[in-house]
Structure formats: C-alpha cells, structure tokens
Design a protein around this ligand. Structure first.
Ligand SMILES: *Cc1c(COP(=O)(O)O)cnc(C)c1O
Length: 206
C-alpha cells in the first residue's frame, strides 16, 4: 500500500501510472478533495483505504469515498459502518486495528479486551462489512526488537483468533511502514503501508 496522506493527488496519479494499485489515506476530510481531483486526473480504478482513526459521524462519507477501512477500532464504529455501507449499497472491506503498544494516544482495540470479543461475535451479523484481518502500528521511533515483538504479537493473536473463530476471515495482516517493513514481512505481514519510502518526506503544509 502506498500511503499518500499529505501528498497531492498528482503524486497519487503518478504512483498509479507506475503500478501502485492500493493507497492509504488517514483523514476523510483530506481525501474528499483529492478524490475529486483524482477523477479529473483520470485515476478511477485505484483502491484507497482509510488507515487513520474514523469518527463514527463520518462513517457514511467514508463508506462512499474509500474502498476499505483498515482502522476499525470499536464495536460502535463497526456498527455505524455497517449501516453506512448499507445506505451507499456497498459491502465494505475492513480490518480491525489492534493496539499493542502502551502509548496512550494510540487508537485500536486492546488484544485482550471484552470489546474485541464482542465485535468478533457480532461480525457475522454485520452483513455489509467484510472483515479480512488485523492491522497494527508498531511503537514509533523505538528499536527494531520492539517492532519485531509487536508484529509477532499481532501474528500470534491472528493465529489464536483464526482458530477460535473459523467462520471469520483473517487473511490480511497489515503491519510495517517505511522504517520497519522488512521486519514486518519476516513476521508475516501481508500488507505493508509505505509512505515516506515511496513518496519522500511528507510536506508539512499544503
Ligand atoms: C503515515 C502512516 C504510514 C506510513 O508511514 P511511513 O513511515 O511514511 O511509511 C503507515 N501507516 C499509518 C497508519 C500511517 O498513518
């Protein structure tokens, strides 16, 4: 996945021509404008997933403009997305974001939480969302060993959950960014999210 947040639609179009087929954006509002510009630039078949925290009041718009939501971090959000996807007549692919590091600002469902369990029980009834696996963000700026431990923990959680919920689909493990994707792949990542290493440093203002 090419993570194009903060980069202009032109950069996305260029990457699409070079063969990138899946992009990641972290804010609904930012992508709304880019979405129209991409159409003008003739990019209509690239998939764009939301990888940042989604407020549930933006669920309908998110279900309209994104082809997947990789950052589902609560039961309530999953339910809102189910209603939203029903409204806009899509079946929305989602990943569940798992919080494995202790940084207080980080979003995601704790792996041992009752809420994660409730969500997994509820998913078969949410017929407009299709859950395909798990996503996590490793602790930023820490050593490679900490990143590896985090990725391994996500893979082991996936193995446990796949065993406990054989009716659910856990094929995707979204983990690894520009600074740690090699380690993530070694630990079983199926989807690395690469921003800086593909697009260069993010502009701080636009
Ligand atoms: C920004 C971002 C990335 C990409 O980070 P880089 O270090 O630039 O590759 C990946 N995942 C998420 C969730 C992000 O917000």
């Amino acid at each position: 996945m090419g993570v194009s947040k903060m980069h202009p639609a032109e950069a996305v179009a260029e990457a699409a021509v070079a063969g990138v087929t899946l992009f990641g954006e972290n804010r609904v509002q930012e992508f709304e404008a880019k979405h129209d510009r991409l159409r003008q630039l003739g990019v209509s078949d690239a998939e764009v997933h939301l990888i940042g925290h989604l407020q549930s009041n933006k669920s309908v718009r998110a279900a309209e403009i994104f082809s997947g939501i990789d950052s589902v971090d609560s039961l309530r959000l999953a339910e809102r997305l189910n209603e939203a996807a029903n409204k806009v007549r899509t079946k929305l692919p989602v990943l569940l974001e798992i919080k494995l590091s202790a940084e207080p600002t980080k979003t995601g469902l704790p792996p041992d939480s009752a809420e994660l369990r409730s969500l997994l029980e509820r998913l078969p009834n949410l017929e407009h969302v299709a859950m395909h696996g798990l996503m996590t963000i490793a602790p930023l700026g820490e050593n490679p060993a900490a990143a590896r431990a985090c990725f391994r923990e996500l893979r082991e959680l996936r193995d446990t959950l796949a065993h406990e919920y054989p009716q659910l689909d856990f094929r995707e493990l979204s983990m690894g960014m520009s600074g740690d994707f090699e380690i993530a792949i070694e630990e079983g990542s199926t989807l690395v999210r690469i921003g800086t290493a593909l697009f260069g440093e993010r502009p701080t203002t636009r």
